[in-house]
Design a protein around this ligand. Structure first.
Ligand SMILES: Nc1nc2c(c(=O)[nH]1)N[C@H]1C(S)=C(S)[C@@H](COP(=O)(O)OP(=O)(O)OC[C@H]3O[C@@H](n4cnc5c(N)ncnc54)[C@H](O)[C@@H]3O)O[C@H]1N2
Ligand code: MOO
Length: 398
């Protein structure tokens, strides 16, 4: 019962193929600015307000009329507060006809309220003109801008309460496998907990998508086809998880051939060697492997860039680092999981065996690709690794 050999594609080529064939029609929704953190704008957003809407003092001081400064420091004995000058603090509108602010450090006002000016400014100095902060109609944020805290403040200043953003891409997560029981059930003998779903759901949320986790589908081709088609009707991106390999119940390939065109049958080497990439119409189906680490990589390496494409965001390439190996890596193996740490100013890495316990494996924050390196590596060797997760997950390294 030998299964057919399929062509193997490099990870880079696999990603290129699926990105080229996936086309999204993002939906647009209007949401309150306050809820728009990390959302991506659907169009240019313009200011409603002109600010300041009257000239304001740009420093703490006293406002006066520059016409009174003609001959240098004026005689101010007779000047009255509220008539010839006013106290004017930063950001506060100055009265009409007043046009210049003297820094509070450059004046003295005695107990009787008498003013003495020590240093005169240029006419108009320390005053922000109308529209100096923003003009109504000016572009506050461009289209396809990922909104951060500063943009939310900017939009609010501009009098924008609601912003048009791209709806989150819908990502259907389809766990499959006769051996799986749902989270919350004690697995009977020979069964395993369906936990990749909850992991992928979280990955998709971090990437800005809207996940929908489906119940476990049995390894039954007709049922699998039906569920994938149902998911395609709702989702922008579908993840089929498990059943990718050579086991008697592994039916992913035949099922995917029914629902779409398989672009990638297998990746050149792991993690996630049996990852498949399929296009149904213009929607991508990422077939992720069952084992958790390979499943996580499929989401990081293929679903992440697809979500970036949906949002028209530039791709952030995984970061690479030179590290010193703390243990030997016995060859030949195509890749190794590593736990990278910073000691002093340099990086060291401890290899983690691929059959290590799950809690040990998930401490791996980097992978080392070693195809063709039949002799393996010696402790002390310097190698270049690829970091997993975004830098914010690897704070201790930077
Ligand atoms: N004879 C061969 N066997 C295997 C090969 C091979 O080339 N020849 N490749 C190995 C590699 S590499 C991988 S990766 C896996 C791929 O496995 P599948 O994608 O077919 O996954 P399953 O067989 O369905 O399950 C494997 C493993 O993962 C667990 N799993 C599956 N789904 C979930 C889930 N949703 N949550 C948690 N855990 C899950 C499952 O219980 C199994 O333990 O094949 C190797 N074998
Ligand atoms: O493809 Mo598997 O994830 O290489 O172990």
């Amino acid at each position: 019962m030998k299964k057919p050999e399929h062509p193997r594609t490099s990870r880079q080529e696999a990603l290129r193929l699926i990105l080229a064939r996936s086309h999204f029609q993002p939906r647009v929704e209007r949401i309150p600015v306050r809820e728009a953190l990390r959302r991506v704008t659907a169009q240019e957003t313009l200011a409603v307000n002109t600010l300041p809407n009257s000239p304001v003092s740009s420093m703490d001081g006293i406002a006066l009329k520059s016409a009174n400064l003609n001959g240098g420091i004026p005689a101010t004995d007779q000047w009255q507060n509220g008539v010839d000058f006013v106290i004017s603090n930063t950001g506060v509108g100055i009265p009409e006809d007043f046009d210049t602010v003297v820094l509070i450090e450059d004046v003295e006002i005695d107990e009787t309220g008498k003013l003495r000016i020590l240093n005169i400014p240029q006419p108009g100095q320390n005053v922000r003109p109308i529209g100096g902060i923003m003009q109504a109609g000016e572009v506050l944020v461009p289209a396809y801008c990922c909104l951060g805290p500063l943009q939310l403040g900017l939009l609010s200043t501009g009098g924008v309460d609601e912003v048009a953003v791209l709806a989150k891409p819908r990502v259907a997560i389809l766990p499959t496998g006769n051996e799986l029981v749902p989270v919350g059930y004690r697995p009977p003998r020979g069964k395993n907990v369906e936990s990749n779903g909850i992991m992928m759901e979280a990955q998709i949320k971090i990437m800005g998508g809207e996940p929908r986790l489906y119940p476990i589908t049995r390894d039954n081709p007709d049922e699998l086809v039906r569920v994938i088609q149902d998911a395609l009707a709702w989702a922008d991106i579908v993840i089929l998880n498990g059943g990718s390999s050579k086991g008697s119940d592994d039916r992913a390939i035949e099922v995917l051939e029914t629902v779409g065109e398989i672009l990638v049958y297998e990746i050149a080497y792991g993690p996630g060697k049996h990852t498949t990439l399929t296009i149904a119409g213009s929607k991508p189906i990422v077939g992720a492997v069952g084992p958790t680490m390979g499943a996580a990589c499929a989401v990081e390496w293929y679903v992440g860039p697809l979500i970036d494409k949906y949002f028209s965001q530039p791709r952030i390439e995984p970061r690479r680092l030179k590290v010193k190996l703390l243990d030997d890596i016995l060859g030949p193996i195509p890749f190794a999981w590593l736990e990278v740490q910073k000691t002093g100013g340099s990086y060291v890495a401890r290899p983690i065996g691929r059959f290590a316990s799950m809690s040990r494996l998930i401490r791996s924050n980097a992978t080392l690709s070693t195809p063709g390196k039949s002799k393996g590596y010696k402790a002390g060797e310097i190698v270049e690794v690829e970091l997993r997760y975004s830098p914010e997950w690897n704070r201790q390294l930077f």
